[in-house]
Design a protein. Structure first.
Length: 225
């Protein structure tokens, strides 16, 4: 019997070479969040599953210990030295490229989270995604465990995530994945419609209503202009 520490980071991590070093035909979709514990991992897994069901060479790329346990590979980036988080993300993309052509990279933290914003930005710049999916707990107004920190509006979050990606590799938010667990079905539908109107992109709860609309929006965003 052998015990494996799923959080142990590789000892030879370094800073990234940059987005120009990766395979030109590889496509990377990154699930990012408005907060922690909103469903980024579940959204990423479901999009990967749906893509594979359509016959695409899709890969789930794990960045946390639970994801590593599910996938059987990956790096738990919360145990990576901060200078090397971007390098870890780049390595994950390179390893994913050996397994498929369309990578769904699990997000961590949130861009404006007082505790975990560093890992979020490191993943964004190291993975240099082509497309983002923004994951949000419907009707949440403040950061989890930091009630004094108000959440920006979803349109503000969309603009912020796109802005921090742009200098390294431009990526746009193709869809918003809402977690509507706390809402009844009618209210959830209304919340999704309001989110689509506010953000100008597809919004859906992929657990409650299925992943197809979000996946369609992602694949459309990946098509050459």
């Amino acid at each position: 019997m052998r015990l494996r520490d799923l959080r142990r980071a590789p000892s030879d991590l370094d800073v990234p070479r940059g987005p120009g070093a990766r395979r030109a035909d590889l496509q990377v979709v990154h699930s990012v969040g408005s907060d922690t514990v909103v469903g980024k991992k579940v959204v990423t897994l479901e999009l990967d599953r749906a893509a594979r069901a359509r016959g695409l060479r899709s890969v789930f790329v794990a960045t946390g210990q639970t994801g590593v346990a599910i996938a059987g590979w990956g790096i738990a980036v919360d145990h990576v030295i901060s200078d090397y988080v971007a390098g870890a993300a780049e390595r994950l993309v390179e390893q994913g490229a050996q397994r498929g052509d369309l990578l769904f990279l699990e997000g961590q933290g949130a861009l404006f989270h007082p505790a975990y914003s560093g890992v979020t930005l490191g993943l964004l710049h190291g993975a240099a995604p082509d497309v983002l999916v923004l994951v949000h707990q419907a009707r949440a107004t403040s950061i989890r465990n930091y009630p004094e920190v108000a959440l920006p509006s979803l349109p503000e979050l969309v603009r912020a995530y796109e802005a921090v990606c742009r200098p390294v590799r431009p990526a746009r938010v193709a869809a918003v994945a809402l977690n509507t667990l706390a809402l009844d079905q009618g209210t959830a539908r209304a919340e999704l419609a309001a989110t689509e109107h506010a953000c100008g992109v597809v919004a859906d709860d992929i657990i409650r209503f299925g992943p197809d609309r979000v996946l369609d929006a992602v694949l459309a965003a990946l098509e050459p202009a």
